[in-house]
Design a protein around this ligand. Structure first.
Ligand SMILES: C[S@@+](CC[C@H](N)C(=O)[O-])C[C@H]1O[C@@H](n2cnc3c(N)ncnc32)[C@H](O)[C@@H]1O
Length: 242
């Protein structure tokens, strides 16, 4: 009775591990997260070409709200549905974009299974995360030598962004490009110099996507809306080392 959680990478169907592809090909039941009823799951769309015609696919709703209490019912229901499929003897795969260990719905399922369905064994297959996809497209390193890195969500507390930026050489901002304007302002206050390097991308590694911005902090200041999507990522490097 085993459930496989598979990291589907950042969007390019060729950026999956061989193990991920093999598991998806042999899955009889596939679950994937979506933000609301009827909205296509991004993870499912990335791996569509590998799914067997006879496999049953189900999108599970994880609403995009910050209040964890209101989400608990969804986690419980979704984990229950997955556990039922595994107990029915099916080969079951849960998909998640990027890697399951980074801001993924997977962790809520894993915890809920541990609490309420401890008979279900899990195996997790890592995926290429959006951090590495942007570094690769922008041809930058996220860290070198003794540099430190912070990974921070942009859509919560900007004071925490400031603290992380004060303490680290590289700051990687996820979760919502619509907040990147405010982050740019904060970086200067946190000691990032005018020539700090800024890379911004959205829908990275989806065909035709490109780096949106690759410039300095000074050039970014005052620019409105460098990214407008939730699926956007920014890397700010204090020492540009050009
Ligand atoms: C819920 S988190 C999931 C992160 C994912 N597990 C990973 O490893 O990249 C969603 C955030 O990840 C970033 N993200 C994930 N995939 C992306 C992509 N293809 N292009 C740009 N940003 C992406 C965005 O910052 C987005 O708001």
């Amino acid at each position: 009775m085993k459930l496989y959680c598979v990291g589907c990478g950042p969007g390019d169907p060729e950026l999956l591990t061989v193990k991920a592809v093999n598991l998806i090909k042999s899955a009889e039941v596939i679950f994937a997260p979506t933000a609301r009823e009827g909205k296509p799951s991004i993870a499912l769309s990335v791996v569509e070409r590998y799914i067997d015609k006879s496999a049953k696919t189900t999108s599970l709703v994880f609403p995009m709200v910050k209040d964890k209490e209101s989400l608990k019912d969804y986690w419980k229901r979704n984990a229950g549905e997955i556990a039922d499929a595994v107990r029915a003897g099916k080969m079951v795969v849960y998909l998640t974009v990027g890697d399951p260990a980074l801001y993924s719905t997977w962790i809520y399922i894993q915890r809920e299974l541990g609490h309420s369905h401890p008979d279900i064994e899990v195996e997790i297959v890592p995926g290429v995360t959006s951090l590495f996809a942007i570094a690769n497209k922008a041809r930058i390193s996220l860290a070198e030598a003794d540099e430190t890195v912070a990974i921070v969500p942009a859509c919560y507390d900007l004071e925490r962004v400031k603290k992380a930026a004060s303490a680290c050489d590289t700051v990687i901002l996820l979760k919502d490009g619509r907040y990147f304007d405010s982050v740019i302002d904060i970086l200067g206050q946190a000691g990032f110099p005018d020539d700090a390097s800024i890379s911004i991308a959205q829908d990275i590694s989806v065909p035709e996507s490109e780096i949106l911005e690759q410039s300095t902090l000074a050039e970014q200041r005052g620019k409105k809306g460098p990214a407008e999507k939730y699926f956007a990522i920014m890397v700010a490097k204090k020492h540009a080392r050009r």
